[in-house]
Design a protein around this ligand. Structure first.
Ligand code: AMP
Ligand code: MN
Ligand code: MN
Ligand code: MN
Length: 288
């Protein structure tokens, strides 16, 4: 690649993290793709949680908008006591092994939702499962975001962000521990389906510096490729910290809004993220 092309790839407006109604987003995959194009995104990935069924529709809509598309998925992982999200970019959504493995990761959601409902009921909030299901297009994908929307709708919290401080997280009402895929399983299923693995929103995990290093080393040893250095919930300080860590540990860098729908979280919009530091290698050099 020439320096000019390298600079071009670097400044490409990539948004490699977004959701549709196939997981906990509020828009159809095609509408998310069209919205990405309208917001000036130049390379777009749909990355629904543990689900690839929206990729064909997103790909077709992106093609109609002449928007280069990367098929993706965001895999839920249990690492020790912590839930980690690992994004797979460039996966083959038709791959049967990947589909089977994701179905297995998704399988505990219904039971978990019943337990969340019971925990909220014990805290005096009744009808949460029924209410959450009204916000879930696909009942089998029922998750905390749907409960969060119910709690906002009921006036229990002002917005989804507040819900994830007061409810549904460790030590708070509605929290239910759950086992997802292991880190090695997630990287392997992504790798086998032709994709590269990226640690999503690394600042979100409540682990100390030592544990973070252990996580990243384990991820690298398992075959992980990149860190999502840029994402909507990262502060400038988070971006500096993960830029440094990516360089230190030899990871490529990804960028994505983690868009779930208009009005869901203030300031989260497709393509609305800062640019990557010039010394980082953008993971999207693989897709352009
Ligand atoms: P689940 O997979 O059911 O545990 O739900 C996880 C989802 O909850 C994430 O994908 C986000 O959409 C949402 N979520 C988790 N933590 C937060 C947070 N701190 N702020 C906003 N949304 C969050
Ligand atoms: Mn989500
Ligand atoms: Mn996530
Ligand atoms: Mn996400």
């Amino acid at each position: 690649m020439s320096d000019v092309n390298r600079a071009g790839v670097h400044s490409l407006r990539a948004d490699l993290h977004s959701h549709s109604i196939y997981s906990d987003g509020t828009m159809q995959p095609g509408d998310v793709a069209r919205r990405a194009a309208e917001h000036g995104v130049q390379l777009y990935a749909l990355t629904d949680h543990d689900e690839v069924s929206g990729l064909a529709e997103a790909k077709a809509a992106a093609a109609e908008s002449s928007l280069p598309f990367v098929p993706g998925v965001e895999v839920s992982v249990t690492w020790g006591a912590t839930t980690i999200h690992v994004i797979g970019l460039g996966v083959d959504g038709e791959d049967h092994t990947l589909r089977d493995r994701l179905a297995h990761v998704r399988s505990g959601r219904t039971r978990r939702a019943q337990d969340i409902d019971a925990s909220l009921a014990a805290a005096g909030i009744s009808g949460a499962l029924e209410g959450a299901l009204r916000h879930a297009e696909n009942p089998r994908m029922i998750g905390r975001t749907h409960f969060a929307r119910f709690l906002v709708e009921q006036g229990v919290c002002r917005d989804v962000r507040e819900v994830f401080k007061r409810y549904l997280v460790e030590g708070k009402p509605g929290y239910v521990p759950h086992r997802w895929a292991t880190l090695a399983e997630a990287v392997e299923m992504i790798d086998n389906a032709g994709g590269v693995a990226v640690i999503a929103h690394p600042a979100r995990y409540r682990i100390d510096e030592l544990a973070l290093h252990a996580l990243l080393e384990e991820f690298r040893d398992a075959g992980g490729t990149a860190l999502e250095v840029i994402t909507s919930n990262h502060t400038p300080e988070d971006v500096r910290r993960f830029t440094k860590l990516a360089l230190e540990l030899g990871f490529e860098a990804s960028s994505g809004s983690d868009f779930h729908g208009p009005g869901e979280s203030p300031n989260v919009e497709l393509g609305r993220v800062p640019t990557l530091a010039p010394e980082l290698t953008p993971v999207w050099h693989r897709f352009v």
